[in-house]
Design a binder for this molecule. Structure first.
Ligand code: KG4
Ligand code: ZN
Length: 332
């Protein structure tokens, strides 16, 4: 029998719901973005985010059902992101999911947001195991081996900032609007790699580090301003991006060499970056490995990926009870 999962995602600044059939077919997807509001403040304001989720959630539910021409009664389960994320934002989605599960007597499935990002790769492609998974989002940078559904072995993670966070900070000093990542990428296209920025060197581990690179860019901009010198913003964006992505490719290359695994999936908001995609493709060609990166719509936060990640849990009947709670932390 077909499995229809109503999935809810509200971990940051997108209120999203989706109906996903058998973990793969997106029947409907609605994303209400708060981006324009947070852009006024230069970043996500948690209190505003949770209030806006509350305001949007009923409308998002109605639209998701309408688009699919389905009713909650038709659903097999209700899935919801429970960690990691902004606690106040997560709670709005969790409360909605609990209410629906209780009212309509449906199983409740709590999903890890980062695992959701990985399963976004299973929507239009077929993930095959074992595979390497590189998670690059606003709050996380992790490299994992995935041996099977929900079987993870972490190779390494960032010791300080996440790569997305670093993109956002660099965008700020370059006077680019929030969200920083896509704007840094755009500006970098107009420049060349002419600035000498520090590469973190820890080649014997799988861990990442971004705080040194971030500080170097911030200091360079501040020092230039103090001296009244012009900086070439496009060149600096380009140099930053190349060094930031090089940090990823070096560690993925080490993993290809040492594990002999021939598959790589990239997940999380930064996977929307075309330069990253190009560099990962070159690396996969070199090691004759298969590369999966989701379509742009499924790279950044959306509920379809939560429906996809909930499906294996549904099959195993790994349901959550009504004590399900939000957590700001939740590494894989
Ligand atoms: O996964 P996501 O949508 O939210 C979190 O789970 O954090 O990731 C958001 C992050 C932000 O830091 C954003 O600047 C970055 O992903 N991002 C990008 C691009 N699009 C989004 N970074 C670089 N290039 C992009 N095109
Ligand atoms: Zn995300």
């Amino acid at each position: 029998m077909d499995v229809y999962i109503l999935a809810i995602e509200s971990s940051c600044d997108e209120t999203s719901m989706a109906i996903v059939k058998n973990g793969k077919e997106v029947i409907s997807l609605v994303i209400a973005s708060q981006m324009d509001t947070h852009a006024l403040y230069g970043g996500v304001v948690p209190e505003i985010a949770s209030r806006m989720h509350t305001e949007a959630i009923t409308m998002v539910l109605e639209e998701t059902l309408k688009k699919a021409q389905m009713k909650i009664e038709d659903m097999s389960a209700i899935a919801v992101t429970c960690k990691p994320g902004l606690t106040g934002s997560l709670i709005v989605g969790i409360e909605a999911a609990k209410t629906l599960a209780l009212m309509y007597d449906k199983p409740l499935i709590g999903v890890n947001h980062l695992i959701g990002h990985i399963y976004a790769n299973n929507i239009e492609n077929e993930m095959e195991f074992p595979m390497l998974a590189l998670v690059v989002s606003g709050g996380h940078t992790e490299l994992l081996i995935m041996e099977d559904d929900y079987k993870f072995k972490k190779l390494g993670e960032t010791l300080d900032d996440a790569i997305g966070e670093c993109y956002d900070k660099v965008a700020r000093v370059l006077d680019l609007k929030y969200p920083g990542g896509p704007n840094v990428e755009k500006l970098a296209l107009e420049g060349e790699h002419n600035y000498d920025l520090p590469h973190p060197v820890m080649d014997d581990t799988y861990n990442f580090s971004y705080s040194g690179l971030k500080s170097a860019v911030i200091n360079l901009v501040h020092n230039s301003k103090q001296r009244g010198e012009e900086i070439n913003r496009a060149d600096l964006a380009c140099s930053f991006q190349e060094v930031a992505i090089d940090e990823l490719t070096r560690k993925v290359e080490k993993a290809f060499r040492e594990t002999n695994i021939k598959r790589l999936v990239v997940a999380g908001g930064v996977s929307a970056n075309k330069y990253l995609k190009g560099e990962m493709q070159k690396l996969c060609d070199k090691y004759e490995a298969q590369l999966l990166i989701p379509r742009l719509l499924y790279c950044t936060d959306n509920a379809a990926m939560i429906g996809a990640a909930a499906y294996p849990l549904y099959l195993r009947k790994e349901f959550s009870d009504f004590s399900l709670n939000a957590s700001s932390i939740g590494d894989i």
